[in-house]
Design a protein around this ligand. Structure first.
Ligand code: ADP
Ligand code: ADP
Length: 258
């Protein structure tokens, strides 16, 4: 089955209540009936101007918010209702990488502990509802696993004991990606992950995503306002406008249109 499928997924935010508790106005339809399929290892870009619903779509995919209509399937399982079963399906398949690598990283934790922390958090979430989770690895074991994940993202071992403030923007984003790799995801959902970086560093990070696909089969749902970034890394692109998917197809076909 596809790793991700949206069937007419929609998200409507009601208008806010005024002082006497009445809602005024129709609210906002952030995503309006979006249908989308992502196959394993596929790289799909989502473009659209600010406010077109890209980030809301990502939050729906990740289960950070529930859709107001439609269905969401992950690995063929319906995860529309975000219950414990849906969370564990998502946890085994999807990870998100955020825009700002600085704010996502605790400045007081060293690089290897930042990765370990993500592993522990994932372990804790997986253990939810069960009495005996997997046994906690030793400190040396955790450090070694963190080093392996960091090596997969191209970070040299001598950065293991550094702190975020001592890393470049690209290195910080690599740490974030290493954290996302903890649970061996099959699809990374990336929201503007290279927009703050120098162009040459952007290319390094995008090449890393290609390497992860080639070596680990990890797919990508890449939200970006930068058409050049999407063209460089994605084979398929989805164009959003006012919450709707208005165009979808191979990158060359969609970007050829005037
Ligand atoms: P308040 O705290 O007074 O309710 P918010 O800061 O939550 O105000 O929201 C301010 C406005 O921004 C509202 O119109 C709300 O619909 C909108 N809004 C809230 N969250 C977001 C968001 N994540 N992205 C875009 N707009 C948002
Ligand atoms: P994009 O990521 O493409 O910039 P968003 O998904 O952030 O678009 O926003 C789509 C629309 O939904 C915008 O009109 C935005 O103001 C609104 N919106 C987003 N989040 C909220 C929220 N939590 N509450 C109310 N409105 C929101």
């Amino acid at each position: 089955p596809p790793v991700l499928e949206l069937r007419d997924a929609a998200k409507h935010y009601p208008a806010r209540r005024n002082l006497i508790g009445l809602r005024h106005g129709p609210g906002t339809t952030a995503v309006a009936g979006a249908s989308l399929t992502v196959r394993p290892g596929e790289f799909v870009g989502i473009v659209g101007e600010s406010g077109s619903g890209k980030s809301t779509l990502a939050r729906l995919v990740m289960g950070l918010e529930a859709p107001t209509a439609g269905r969401i399937l992950v690995d063929g399982a319906d995860v529309t209702v975000g219950d414990a079963a849906a969370r564990s399906v998502r946890l085994g398949a999807l990870q998100m990488v955020f825009q700002d690598p600085q704010s996502a990283l605790n400045p007081r934790r060293s690089v290897w502990r930042l990765v370990t922390q993500a592993m522990e958090a994932a372990r804790a979430r997986l253990g939810t509802g069960t009495r005996a989770g997997p046994a906690r690895p030793s400190r040396a074991g955790r450090r070694e696993r963190a080093a392996t994940l960091l090596a997969e993202t191209g970070l040299p071992a001598d950065l293991l004991d550094r702190f975020p403030a001592e890393l470049s923007g690209g290195q910080k984003q690599r740490v974030n990606i290493a954290r996302a790799l903890c649970l061996a995801p099959r699809l990374l959902v990336a929201d503007e992950i290279v927009s703050g970086l120098d162009v040459s560093v952007q290319a390094q990070i995008l090449n890393l995503l290609h390497t992860l696909r080639d070596e680990l089969g990890i797919g990508l749902l890449l939200i970006s306002h930068d058409l050049g970034v999407v063209r460089y890394v994605c084979s398929r692109v989805v164009v959003m406008r006012h919450g709707e998917i208005v165009e979808e197809g191979p990158v060359e076909a969609v970007f050829r249109d005037p």
